[in-house]
Design a binder for this molecule. Structure first.
Ligand SMILES: O=C(O)CCC(=O)C(=O)O
Length: 336
């Protein structure tokens, strides 16, 4: 009879057995960490008949079934020889938008959606500075000091004068350190309301009346990086100034993205660490670069990682003329 192992080791054993680590490799790790070999052998053997662990095994079976349903569906989707090609269309008729892209869950670049928008003339950096330079805005700052800057975004909030921020973008060179992202509520501030007049006309699959509440202004230098995540709504994103590269992954590939915390994946789709995240090797990544005036439609739940290639101004909006509210039961496991 041995003294029970500490609770953190018991949980570690259960976690790792559920990931199908071999008992031998687990034993080696535990002994290397200074635990008594005979006590570890006993604990590893007892674990297999532990009633709490057996309950976890039942849930694991259910999870695996769901994972296999998604993987099979994804296999059917990507059997389309054009699966990795993101279509570029000037404009799309309303019925086709709903059927092929929204319900069909197919990303598309709409090259003519923003045709005629005053924003395409008005949102130059000098002009924006003239109009709004004196106003305070919230940006994300000191992102370089934190590998998980997006998950920790609340810690990176900083209020600066809009003009000061535009000057940082104009003169600071390529960097991910600061970015005015969707978290600011800029388009809901009365002082910035005239920006909304620069957006439009919108296609009939958007609800103009809800633009104010459901639109987000983005401004940043070349070098910004938005890590791999998914949104909980269907979204349009119009690039007004500069270019951004988007990498997209189907929602059906979620089980391969190590999504343990909220809507975030720890995998860098540009340089995936396959030793840590081996399942990502199977993931099919779609890629497109948005040019000024182009709009990406992001169907529900599609994962995306975005890189600013130039100083960039863009706007995203989820005011689709349909029920665009979905419930996600996100995990909050921070110690995986
Ligand atoms: O443009 C970016 O950096 C990120 C855009 C994004 O994630 C979004 O619009 O949901």
């Amino acid at each position: 009879m041995y003294a029970p192992l500490p609770a953190n080791w018991m949980q570690w054993m259960a976690d790792n057995r559920l990931r199908e680590c071999s008992t031998q490799s687990m034993l080696d790790t535990m002994v290397a960490a200074g635990l008594d070999r005979a006590a570890c052998i006993q604990a590893l053997s007892d674990l297999e008949s532990n009633p709490v662990f057996l309950a976890a095994r039942k849930h694991q079976q259910l999870t695996r079934k769901l994972e296999s349903v998604l993987a099979n569906q994804q296999k059917v989707w990507q059997s389309d020889p054009n699966y990795t090609v993101i279509e570029r269309r000037k404009k799309v008729p309303v019925n086709e938008f709903w059927e092929r892209y929204a319900r069909g869950s197919r990303p598309v670049v709409l090259t003519g959606l923003a045709e005629g928008w005053p924003a395409l003339r008005e949102w130059t950096l000098p002009r924006l500075k003239d109009r709004f330079g004196h106003l305070p805005v919230e940006i994300q700052a000191n992102r370089n000091a934190d590998a998980r800057f997006e998950e920790n975004k609340a810690l990176h909030r900083k209020t600066v004068r809009f003009g000061e921020f535009v000057e940082m973008v104009e003169t600071g060179g390529a960097t991910n350190d600061y970015y005015l992202t969707a978290n600011n509520q800029l388009l809901r501030m009365p002082e910035f309301a005239s920006l909304l007049d620069d957006i439009g006309p919108l296609p009939a699959y958007c609800d103009r009346a809800r633009l104010k509440d459901l639109s987000y202004f983005w401004l940043g230098p070349a070098g910004t990086r938005t890590p791999l995540h998914h949104d909980t709504v269907m979204l349009l994103h119009t690039q007004v100034i500069g270019r951004k590269r988007w990498k997209l992954v189907s929602p059906l590939e979620t089980p391969r993205l190590y999504n343990y915390n909220e809507m975030f994946s720890p995998v860098d789709a540009d340089q995936p660490d396959l030793a840590r995240f081996p399942d990502f090797a199977k993931v099919k990544v779609l890629e497109t670069t948005l040019e000024p005036g182009e709009t990406l439609f992001l169907p529900l739940g599609w994962w995306h990682q975005v890189a600013g290639l130039q100083a960039s101004v863009s706007v995203s909006y989820s005011n689709l003329a349909t029920d665009n509210i979905f419930e996600y039961r996100n995990p909050t496991i921070t110690d995986w």
